[in-house]
Design a binder for this molecule. Structure first.
Ligand code: ADP
Ligand code: AMP
Length: 207
């Protein structure tokens, strides 16, 4: 999944993983799990996430390399938030080629900058289930155990959007050249975006 922060990658990836029976691999979630657990990796990346900067490529690539070895990734995985730089994309290419595997589809969820800030500052996640909500666009059910990500504060959101344009947006051309990029209107309703991506993913997986 590729797109700016707040485009809906996590929202879509979780649903897609369930529907297509693929693993959901979110580097952001993995980093946050490590921070919560107080692991060495968590300690190393905590301040970086809080600032909105990117974690160094070597650390991120190693994390994904390990994660993709897990049993639940045997049928494939939805990568959410990775790759985010050209070196990460190249490392992923090598990793997959070594395993005789490939990227089937790079869904680009396109959303305008004006929409992103409101989406991120209104985002809430359920501590227990990890589900993603929005105070206005996807209201949580009563009784949800909600938390707000520290990096969803407005000034950090702006830094993350800038990081996206500087480091990640160039990957759109990379995936287009590889013939796997497909663009989706991320400003449609969540269910409508999902339908379009599921259809495209099923076609690519069958091809
Ligand atoms: P990303 O993983 O790309 O950063 P998320 O999936 O966490 O984005 O979504 C960011 C916020 O926007 C969340 O609060 C989510 O509920 C909301 N959201 C996601 N998709 C849509 C959509 N199509 N329309 C309105 N709000 C959305
Ligand atoms: P996300 O949950 O995708 O919004 O990511 C949250 C934060 O985790 C980012 O702002 C980065 O600090 C870090 N992060 C997640 N994925 C990557 C990645 N592929 N490369 C570098 N940093 C990442």
């Amino acid at each position: 999944m590729i797109g700016p922060p707040g485009a809906g990658k996590g929202t879509q990836a979780k649903e897609l993983a369930g529907l297509l029976e693929l693993a959901h691999v979110s580097t952001g979630d993995l980093f946050r799990d490590n921070i919560r657990a107080g692991s060495a990796l968590g300690k190393r990346v905590e301040e970086i996430l809080a600032s909105g900067a990117l974690v160094p490529d070597a650390v991120t690539i190693e994390l994904v390399r390990e994660r993709l070895r897990a049993q639940d990734c045997v049928r494939g995985a939805i990568l959410d938030g990775f790759p985010r730089t050209l070196p990460q994309a190249e490392a992923l290419g090598v990793l997959l080629a070594e395993a005789g595997d490939k990227i089937n589809l790079a869904p680009y969820i396109k959303v305008s900058d004006q929409v992103l800030v409101e989406r991120l500052t209104g985002r809430r996640t359920d501590r227990r289930t990890g589900k993603i909500y929005h105070v206005k666009y996807n209201p949580p059910p009563a009784g949800a155990d909600l938390e707000q990500r520290p990096d969803d504060a407005e000034h950090t959101v702006r830094r993350r959007i800038a990081e996206y344009y500087a480091n990640t947006a160039p990957l759109l051309e990379y995936f287009r050249a590889a013939g796997v990029l497909q663009e989706f209107d991320g400003e449609l309703a969540i269910g409508d975006v999902l339908k379009l991506i599921v259809t495209a993913a099923r076609e690519r997986l069958a091809a």
